[in-house]
Design a protein around this ligand. Structure first.
Ligand code: ADP
Ligand code: MG
Length: 245
């Protein structure tokens, strides 16, 4: 195992509130690191800081040893940071295939030159692979807006993976899902972790305990505890702040 992502003393204030307050942790290669904590604990804000959506007022973000602190999201993405959003990031008026192709080609485009055919073909091959892996092949020609909620969430993960990230940040991928869709998504995430490092925010504690290698517990912007699932579950501070007993 090697460290893919290092977060050190990361923090931001919104007006008077320290939404994220000096949070540090590591995410190791091909493992699932999960952030848990009550609503408003600062989990999504932590993701926004790590992925460059908002600038930290303190701390550092290092990806594979490269300091990316304060870089804009597109540079973060180019450096290997992939993410999905709690609120959808899909183009509803485009097809499943088009959503994936746009994301895959974003990786290949230099910004100044037209896409060479060879690289365009690579992007296309990637799209076909993702459509199969995420069981979206029968829906490839349908508009993203016409998919079921579960399919849309699956497509979002596929879109985030299309850029071939070194780490994939997933913010509540099972939110609003049925019990069986939640179980399928958990299995899918566990399968993905064989190829990509995963940083997850998840509210379903059963899923968390089942698939996480490492858990970081947040409370009021701070890291309250971290460790293996069994360690975190047994922590008295976590019990009282999060499990409520
Ligand atoms: P979580 O994802 O753990 O539920 P959030 O990161 O969304 O928590 O929110 C943490 C705190 O920061 C909350 O008090 C929230 O109201 C506040 N917050 C989040 N985003 C903003 C923003 N853009 N402006 C002001 N306050 C914000
Ligand atoms: Mg959130």
């Amino acid at each position: 195992m090697s460290v893919v992502l290092e977060v050190r003393g990361l923090g931001v204030r919104f007006g008077g509130i320290r939404a994220v307050d000096g949070v540090s942790f590591d995410a190791e290669s091909n493992a699932i690191t999960t952030i848990i904590g009550p609503n408003g604990a600062g989990k999504s804000t932590l993701f926004n800081l790590i992925s460059g959506m908002i600038r930290p007022s303190s701390g550092k973000v290092m990806l594979r040893g490269v300091d990316l602190t304060g870089r804009p999201p597109y540079l973060m993405q180019r450096a290997g940071m992939g993410r999905s959003f709690q609120i959808t990031n899909l183009f509803f008026e485009l097809t499943v295939f088009e959503n994936l192709r746009l994301a895959a080609q974003r990786l290949e485009t230099t910004g100044r030159f037209l896409l060479p055919v060879r690289r365009s073909e690579r992007a296309l091959a990637r799209v076909h692979e993702l459509v199969e892996r995420f069981a979206l092949a029968p829906k490839a020609g349908e508009l993203a807006g016409a998919l079921s909620h579960g399919e849309q969430r699956r497509l979002e993960i596929a879109v985030a993976l299309a850029t071939e990230p070194s780490i994939l940040l997933l913010d509540e991928p099972t939110q609003g899902m049925s019990h069986s869709d939640t179980a399928d998504t958990a299995a899918l995430i566990r399968d993905l972790a064989r190829d990509v490092t995963i940083l997850l925010i998840e509210h379903d504690i059963g899923v968390v305990m089942d698939i996480s290698n490492h858990i970081v517990v947040m409370h009021q912007g701070r890291k309250l505890a971290e460790g293996a699932p069994a360690v975190v579950r047994a922590d008295p501070a976590v019990k009282s702040a999060y499990f409520g007993h």
